[in-house]
Design a protein around this ligand. Structure first.
Ligand SMILES: Nc1nc2c(ncn2[C@@H]2O[C@H](COP(=O)(O)OP(=O)(O)OP(=O)(O)O)[C@@H](O)[C@H]2O)c(=O)[nH]1
Ligand SMILES: [Mg+2]
Length: 321
C-alpha cells in the first residue's frame, strides 16, 4: 500500500484565438477554448495512492485553438484526481493546502488557461482589429505532496497471530490472508461491516514504538477511529500480563492511540471446552467486565460480536452528534 507520494499537477493551456477571413474579407476567426481545470475529489472506492505515485505527473486537457467560420475551440476536459479518504495535500514547501475528508466533494486546485479571442471577437471597424487575436492563457503547474490517513470506524490491534484478520474477514466479505505465523498482515487493510469501516492492522510487538517488528508507521492510519478492538488470544498463558504489555505499547506509541475507547475481544475460544471456557471467563471477569469471547469458527460467536460492535459504534457516533 502506498500512503505517501509527490505529484506534479498541470492545468490545460487555453487554446489560441484564430485570425481568419470569410469570402467577403470579413473577420471570422473563432476564440480558443479554455484549458481544463484540475480538481481533487474524495472517493471511497480508491484505497491508496499507488496509481498516482506511478504516474508522478497528471495533466488536464488543453483547450483547442479557435477555427475559421467563427468556430470556437473545444474547452479542454477538466482533470479530476480521485483520492482516498482521508488524504492531506501539502504544498511543495510542506505547508498544508487542504484535507480531503469527504466522499464526492470536489475542490479546484488549478485553473485552466483562458481561451484566447479570435479576430471575429476582436474585430473593429478598421483593419487593426481584424488582424488581432489573443493567444490562450498559459497552463499552471504545481508540485504537491499527498499523504493518506485511512479512515475507519474500528481498528483491530493486538499481538501478531492473535486472530485479527480472521475476525475482520468473518465480520465482512473481506478475504485477507490468514496464517499460523506472525506478521501475516503487513499493511493496514480495510473491510466493510454493514455501514462501518473496519481496519485490520499488522501485529504489534513490544518495542514497536522504537521500530521493532513492523514498527509503528502504520499507526498514523488509526487516528480517526472511534473504537479500538484489542484482540487477545486465549492461547496466552498470562492474559492480564499480555493485555498490560500491549496497553503500555499503545501508550508508548501515542496518547491518541491509548485514549481511543477500547473493546477487548478474546479470540480462539474454541481451544477450550464449554466447561473450561466458563472457568476461564470467571477467572478473567474481574479485570475484563465487558470483554467478549469468540471463535471465528462459530457463527453465533461472530454474530454476537457483530451486534456488539454495531451497538458500540452507533452509540459513539450518536454521542458525537
Ligand atoms: N482455533 C482457532 N484458531 C484461530 C481462530 N482465529 C484465528 N485462528 C488462527 O490463528 C492464526 C492466526 O490468524 P490471523 O487471523 O492470521 O491472525 P492475525 O492476528 O491477523 O496475525 P498477524 O497478521 O500475523 O498479526 C491462523 O492460523 C488462524 O486460522 C479461532 O477462533 N480459533
Ligand atoms: Mg493479520
Amino acid at each position: 500500500m502506498v500512503d505517501k507520494c509527490n505529484l506534479t499537477i498541470e492545468s490545460g493551456k487555453g487554446g489560441d484565438g484564430m485570425i481568419a477571413f470569410d469570402n467577403n474579407r470579413k473577420a471570422d476567426g473563432g476564440d480558443g477554448g479554455d484549458g481544463g481545470d484540475v480538481y481533487v475529489v474524495g472517493d471511497t472506492n480508491v484505497y491508496d495512492l499507488s496509481k498516482l505515485s506511478e504516474l508522478k505527473k497528471v495533466k488536464a486537457q488543453n483547450g483547442e485553438n479557435g477555427n475559421k467560420n467563427k468556430k470556437s475551440g473545444k474547452k479542454g476536459d477538466d482533470l479530476e484526481i480521485h483520492l482516498p479518504l482521508i488524504t492531506k495535500i501539502f504544498n511543495e514547501d510542506g505547508t498544508e493546502l487542504l484535507t480531503v475528508s469527504m466522499s464526492g466533494i470536489k475542490v479546484k486546485l488549478l485553473d485552466g488557461g483562458k481561451g484566447g479571442e479570435g479576430n471575429f471577437t476582436l474585430r473593429g471597424d478598421g483593419w487593426d482589429g481584424k488582424m488581432s487575436r489573443k493567444k490562450g492563457g498559459e497552463q499552471l503547474i504545481k508540485n504537491i505532496k499527498l499523504e493518506l490517513n485511512l479512515k475507519s470506524d474500528a481498528i483491530f490491534l493486538g499481538f501478531p497471530n492473535a486472530g485479527k484478520s480472521s475476525i475482520v474477514n468473518s465480520l465482512s466479505n473481506a478475504k485477507y490472508k490468514v496464517a499460523p505465523y506472525e506478521f501475516t498482515t503487513l499493511n493496514p487493510q480495510l473491510a466493510l461491516m454493514d455501514r462501518y469501516v473496519l481496519m485490520d492492522l499488522p501485529g504489534l510487538i513490544e518495542g514497536a514504538f522504537k521500530g521493532k517488528g513492523l514498527g509503528k508507521d502504520f499507526i498514523k492510519h488509526t487516528k480517526y477511529a472511534s473504537l479500538l478492538v484489542h484482540c487477545i488470544s486465549l492461547e496466552n498463558e498470562n492474559i492480564l500480563d499480555s493485555y498490560n504489555r500491549m496497553r503500555e505499547e499503545f501508550l508508548n506509541i501515542s496518547e491518541t492511540l491509548y485514549s481511543i475507547p477500547e473493546f477487548v475481544v478474546f479470540t480462539k475460544a474454541d481451544i477450550y471446552s464449554d466447561e473450561q471456557l466458563v472457568i476461564k471467563k470467571k477467572e478473567l471477569s474481574k479485570q475484563f467486565k465487558d470483554a467478549i469471547y469468540i471463535s471465528v469458527f462459530r457463527k453465533e460467536d461472530v454474530n454476537m460480536l457483530k451486534e456488539e460492535l454495531k451497538k458500540r459504534l452507533s452509540s459513539i457516533s450518536n454521542s458525537i452528534v
